[in-house]
Ligand binder design. Structure first.
Ligand SMILES: Cc1cc2nc3c(=O)[nH]c(=O)nc-3n(C[C@H](O)[C@H](O)[C@H](O)COP(=O)(O)O)c2cc1C
Length: 212
């Protein structure tokens, strides 16, 4: 397979996002702005719109110190970013079904009758899931929010790096989360770039696609 450099001038929405690992340490992101970044990203789709993502944001000195031991080879992002966001998936997402459907009724998006039918269907569907199937579904949903989060950050003028290299079990213990319920998905560093974006390569569509 042949790889090529990526630059599609017609669609800078995607090509403007690149992983940035070194940030301007002096830049702080206010909690109000961070909330907006997150809220925009939360337009992401999710299975039954159950939105299983949960955020833990480390934006203070104390918070940063708490997460420091678990950053493995990602020390530069820890040291220079404005914040680190830990994205967790909530295995108990089906308990939100009633709330989400009720909000739909409240906003006149669906009828009460339809809500009742949907709730019954979702409850039995959710109950039929194996743990593995549910976990996969939650990972998929969280992938969507993370991608949108990176694009949302870019829209507010910030850069990000998705970080899979962190100590999941230890962070989950430190946050005192129930490991059966909350699955650590990914960390995201966020801040203003202080390094030149590195170019990267991608496979060609022809190499990884089959047309039938
Ligand atoms: C699931 C996942 C885990 C990653 N983990 C790390 C990491 O631990 N440290 C790091 O520096 N980059 C990490 N990256 C960033 C990738 O190396 C990067 O996205 C890839 O090389 C493509 O470069 P780009 O993001 O600039 O397009 C991760 C990316 C993903 C999607």
């Amino acid at each position: 397979m042949q790889l090529k450099k990526v630059k599609n001038q017609k669609n800078t929405l995607f090509t403007d996002r690149v992983s940035i690992r070194q940030y301007d340490k002096s830049v702080k992101i206010s909690r109000e702005e961070m909330t907006n970044i997150l809220q925009d990203a939360m337009t992401a789709p999710s299975s039954f719109n159950l939105q299983p993502w949960r955020f833990f944001i480390f934006d203070t000195n104390e918070g940063k110190e708490l997460i420091k031991p678990f950053m493995m080879f990602n020390q530069m992002q820890w040291e220079t970013s404005s914040a680190l966001i830990a994205i967790y998936g909530d295995m108990d997402n089906y308990s939100s079904a009633d709330k989400v459907l009720s909000a739909n009724v409240e906003f006149n998006l669906i009828t009460q009758e339809y809500k009742d039918k949907m709730l019954e269907m979702m409850t039995s569907y959710g109950a039929s899931y194996t743990e593995d199937r549910l976990k996969n579904s939650i990972f998929l949903d969280c992938g969507f929010i993370i991608m949108q989060l990176m694009l949302s950050a870019k829209n507010y003028g910030y850069d990000t790096n998705p970080i899979g290299g962190f100590m999941r079990k230890e962070l989950t213990e430190t946050l005192k989360l129930d490991p059966q319920r909350y699955i650590p998905i990914l960390l995201l560093s966020i801040g203003k770039a202080s390094e030149q974006a590195k170019e990267s390569v991608r496979f060609s569509v022809e190499d990884i696609t089959q047309w039938r």
